[in-house]
Write a protein that binds this ligand. Structure first.
Ligand code: IMP
Length: 195
C-alpha cells in the first residue's frame, strides 16, 4: 500500500482523486490542518503543483500529490493561464473572474474564442523523486454565462465534446467523464499502476 498526502484542502477534489485510484492499493490522506498554505510563486502549472507537493513531503515525510489548473484562452495569448484563480485580483470570486474574462473577450468573434483547461498533477517522494502528468479539455468561451452547476469558469466554457452546453449545465458525473482534471487523474492512475 502506497500512502500519499493530498495538498488540496478541497474535499470534492480529494473525493474525485480517491475514486480514480480505487483498486490501486493507494491510500490518499487528507492534508493535515497543521500544514500552512503554500504560496503559488511559480509561473507554470508544473512549477506550482511541484512546489505544493514538495511542501507536503517536507511537512509530513509521506509521498504527496498536488494539482494545479489553468484556463488558457487563445485570443488572450493564453491568459488567464497559471493566474486563473486571481485573474480579477487577489481574493477575486469566481463571478469576478468570469466577468473580467467576458469583458476582455467582448469584441472577439465566436470563431476566435478557442480555449482549453489544463490540469497538472505532480507526485513527489521523500528524497526528491517526482513525476507530473496532465489532462487537457478543449473548447470555446461562451458570450454569456450559462448554467448553475460546477464552479470557477464552468459557466462560460463550452467543451468541443458537447457544444450544446457549458460545463455548468452538466451534472458532475457528465463533467467528470470528460474533464481536464479527470483526464489528469486517469494519467496519474496509469503511471502509478505502471510503477
Ligand atoms: P485550481 O488550481 O484548482 O485552484 O484552479 C485555478 C483556477 O481555475 C480557479 O479560478 C478555479 O476556479 C479554476 N478552475 C479549476 N478547475 C476548474 C474547472 O474544472 N472548471 C472551471 N474552473 C476551474
Amino acid at each position: 500500500m502506497t500512502t500519499f498526502v493530498l495538498a488540496t484542502a478541497n474535499a470534492n477534489k480529494a473525493d474525485e482523486m480517491r475514486a480514480v485510484v480505487r483498486g490501486l492499493n493507494i491510500e490518499l490522506l487528507a492534508r493535515p490542518s497543521t500544514v500552512p498554505d503554500v504560496d503559488e510563486t511559480e509561473d507554470t502549472l508544473e512549477g506550482n503543483a511541484l512546489l505544493k507537493a514538495r511542501a507536503l513531503v517536507e511537512a509530513t515525510g509521506h509521498p504527496a500529490l498536488a494539482d494545479d489548473t489553468g484556463l488558457f484562452v487563445d485570443a488572450l495569448m493564453g491568459r488567464p493561464g497559471v493566474y486563473s484563480a486571481r485573474y480579477a485580483g487577489v481574493g477575486a470570486s469566481d463571478e469576478d473572474n468570469v466577468r473580467k474574462l467576458l469583458s476582455e473577450l467582448d469584441n472577439v468573434l465566436d470563431t476566435e474564442r478557442r480555449a482549453h483547461f489544463r490540469t497538472v498533477i505532480c507526485a513527489a517522494y521523500a528524497g526528491g523523486d517526482f513525476f507530473c502528468v496532465e489532462g487537457v479539455l478543449e473548447g470555446t468561451i461562451a458570450r454569456k454565462a450559462r448554467g448553475e452547476k460546477g464552479f470557477g469558469y464552468d459557466s462560460v466554457f463550452i467543451p468541443d465534446l458537447d457544444p450544446s452546453r457549458t460545463l455548468a449545465e452538466m451534472t458532475s458525473e457528465e463533467k467528470n467523464a470528460i474533464s481536464h482534471r479527470a483526464r489528469a487523474l486517469r494519467a496519474l492512475a496509469d503511471e502509478l499502476a505502471a510503477r
